[in-house]
Design a protein around this ligand. Structure first.
Ligand code: SF4
Length: 328
């Protein structure tokens, strides 16, 4: 078993009728490079520095990952005042605002920053756009940790919009000096519609140098789009607070296919798959691949399964670990 994955054992969804099924497996699915890097950092610190390793917020948005790291000695806290002065603390993959960095310094904490480099890129853009005098329109979900962190880079110059209707009411200091950024884990299609609405309202709006929705989010949505219409139901492995996982469910629904977010195989309701001949299956970027394997095992307990993997694209991106978590 991969050390980062849980010892959790799935229970067959025994109440569903037995019948042959096809499982259309989306690829890419499961961990992205930013999630791998963040989990690897905590694991390396646990191994080389020993427990406890404090982590601000969930290192990645997955309950299984968090439980497994907790079992090995990670201590997850909501805010830095829960960390003893001078202790080691890891910042999660979603990033933090500059205010959190200042607080860490004031508390004398030793910081290991596991912010995904693709989130760090958005932070840098927020600073740059605000410094040139723009109002930064941040497309994203209010209250999401990543949005809180990015917003914190220039709070006086940033406004958040969540939807096309928000665009009509957003207020900016000067309509000719406006830029936009996006959360990295949004729905590609919906975000395009918001950007089009922004461009209609602010013809001078400036875009980031390259799109902020990350490669992993884009690829997982593309992979689902390519299979979901051939399926009776879509199962997405991921936690409810995982933005990119929830977006995958929405992709399925937008294509007219019933879709369900499941924490693991035990969450499958027999009624969802009772009449299903073809089941599309994927996992969000923070969900361990082992959980997908367990779903397949559970489905096999309900009759013969023909597994067909559809590879939309191949990912080979890896990020170097945070400097303070390199031990080799
Ligand atoms: Fe980074 Fe994208 Fe993964 Fe988030 S989903 S950790 S932005 S690669």
């Amino acid at each position: 078993m991969d050390s980062r994955e849980t010892a959790h054992c799935s229970q067959p969804v025994a109440a569903a009728p037995k019948r042959p099924r096809r499982v259309l497996l989306a690829a890419p699915r499961s961990f992205c490079a930013g999630v791998e890097r963040a989990i690897d950092a905590v694991e390396a610190l646990l191994e080389h520095r020993g427990a406890p390793v404090y982590v601000r917020k969930q290192i990645v948005h997955n309950a299984h990952v968090v439980r497994e790291l907790e079992r090995r000695g990670a201590v997850f806290v909501e805010e830095l005042d829960e960390v003893p002065s001078g202790a080691l603390v890891v910042f999660s993959a979603h990033g933090v605002s500059p205010q959190v960095r200042v607080q860490a310094e004031q508390r004398g904490l030793e910081v290991v920053d596991a912010t995904c480099p693709l989130v760090t890129k958005v932070h840098a853009e927020a600073r740059r756009f605000a410094a040139r005098g723009d109002t930064v329109i941040l497309i994203g979900h209010v209250g999401h940790e990543e949005v809180e962190g990015t917003l914190g880079e220039a709070p006086e110059h940033t406004v958040v919009v969540e939807s096309v209707p928000d665009v009509a009411t957003v207020e900016v200091a000067d309509p000719r000096r406006v830029s936009y950024l996006t959360q990295t884990t949004l729905a590609v299609q919906e975000t395009t519609e918001i950007i089009e609405a922004l461009t209609r309202r602010f013809p001078h709006i400036r875009a980031p140098g390259s799109q902020d929705i990350c490669y992993a989010t884009t690829n997982r949505q593309l992979a689902v789009e390519q299979i979901v219409e051939a399926a009776d139901v879509l199962l997405v492995v991921g936690s409810a607070n995982s933005s990119n996982s929830v977006r995958l469910v929405e992709v399925g629904e937008r294509h007219g296919t019933r879709a369900h977010l499941i924490e693991d195989a035990t969450a499958i309701e027999p009624a969802w798959i009772a009449g299903a001949e073809a089941i599309a299956l994927t996992a969000g970027a923070s969900a361990p691949g082992k959980l997908v394997d367990e779903v397949i095992v559970a489905l096999r307990s309900l009759g013969p399964v023909t597994l067909v993997e559809h590879v939309a694209t191949v990912e080979d991106l890896h990020f170097t670990p945070p400097v303070a978590a390199r031990f080799r």
